[in-house]
Ligand binder design. Sequence first.
Ligand code: SAH
Ligand code: SF4
Ligand code: F3S
Length: 479
Amino acid sequence: MSNIDIEKYFKPDLNQARKRSKKAIEELQFNLSDAHYKIGVDKTYMIDTYGCQGNEADSETMAGILELMGFTKALSEDNADVIILNTCAIRENAENRIWGELGRLKAYKRQNPNLILGLAGCMAQEENVVERVMKKYQHVDIIFGTHNIYKLPEYIETAMFAKERVIEVYSQEGDIIENLPKVRTHKFKAWVNIMFGCDEFCTYCIVPYTRGKERSRSKEEIILEVNELVHQGYKEVTLLGQNVNAYGKDFKDKNYTFGDLLRDLDQTGIERIRFTTSHPHDLDRKTMEAMRDSKHVMPFFHLPVQSGSNPVLKKMNRHYTKESYLKVLNELKSTVPGIAVTTDIIVGFPTETEADFLETLDLVEKAEFEGAFTFVFSKREGTPAASFEDDTPEEIKKQRLYILNERVNQGYLKGNERFVGKIVKVLVDGVSKYDDEVLAGYTEHNKLVNFKGEPSLIGQIVNVRVTLAKTWFLMGELS
Ligand code: SAH
Ligand code: SF4
Ligand code: F3S
């Protein structure tokens, strides 16, 4: 495979990926063809997941497809017949981990030449990545992207029997595929995709290129999936989308948006409904009121702000200001009293000055976030911000991150302290990592609680009296 004819493959193209077609999205049903059943009998697979919840949900689908083909989960990499790396492209360090991993897997391939190694996910949607894999990582057998997971059986068949390398990445999204099999990671908490793609085009972000145009799943399919989960004994669903607040805005024939979906799902009997992620600019009154009126939508909201500086927000293409963000946030807090709010923040965005950064700190103070994921800006090739002038030294960016994290941690602690002495409802996740007599689970406000209890409580919702608040967790006792 040394003289690769690059043109013969479907390769990604970020310019194509930027385009948004007007084509109506169809709903297609997944079916495994007869030829693909049993290909995996007596063979094993392993999927390594590197990205966000959407990426994890994709891994569950890949596992579902592979198990339908007869594969079983490998106990370790050593004895896997198929290894798939489901990658993330959001920041450079996410990608660096994959390059390291690809290098490491070279040895496995040498030991077992029949091993099929696949690269999937958001990195596969990037043209520079695919070029580099083709040239330098020739032990990778299959490269496929986020839009064609349903074709995995064909790819495995080609790699396994024709011994040909498969590179098939679609730069533009296809239709919505329903009826995809899934092997879910958890027994009582499930991811449910409600939409795919993103049309926001924040200038720093690669996701609109790797995930395509925003398209919503039909409410019927979503409700059906949640009903099935209830039937199977699931307690919690997390509705997934890059911008769930834009759910339904792409429907041409009906007026049905995120708030309507929350109200309908509240009737399914699922105990807990969560969702991620939201965009402040699409968060509407209807959603807030649906949260207020529902019994099962949890009082927790992850509302990424990214920055507190208006000039920076403008350069990020976020469509709101510090003031309008705080206004929406206050409306949310007064509509759903006691709601816990967390956020995402980027420091060191190109041209961010000290004064801009102070605006972010001020916003963190005013917003009283109870948690935040914080990042240093990472340049993503192909995005507008990659060519913005950036003269802030890396050292300063790191300092800003440090200062920000100190403030954010105060918010975590304050958010936890407000529950001391209260009785909270905890969905028991499992045994604590640190003490096997202690259980761990999450409250309705998404706070981690540790308490003594029997493992038989795992998967149940129990009452716990909170006795102590730490920055990262609460301690309590069964009540
Ligand atoms: N759609 C979601 C999640 C996007 S990715 C949202 O809009 O919130 C999760 C977070 O990664 C983003 O909120 C942002 O804070 C961060 N992020 C995205 N691109 C980044 C980049 N190039 N550099 C640093 N952080 C980034
Ligand atoms: Fe990226 Fe912005 Fe879309 Fe989130 S909303 S995925 S940050 S482009
Ligand atoms: Fe990463 Fe793709 Fe998710 S870039 S954050 S895996 S949408």
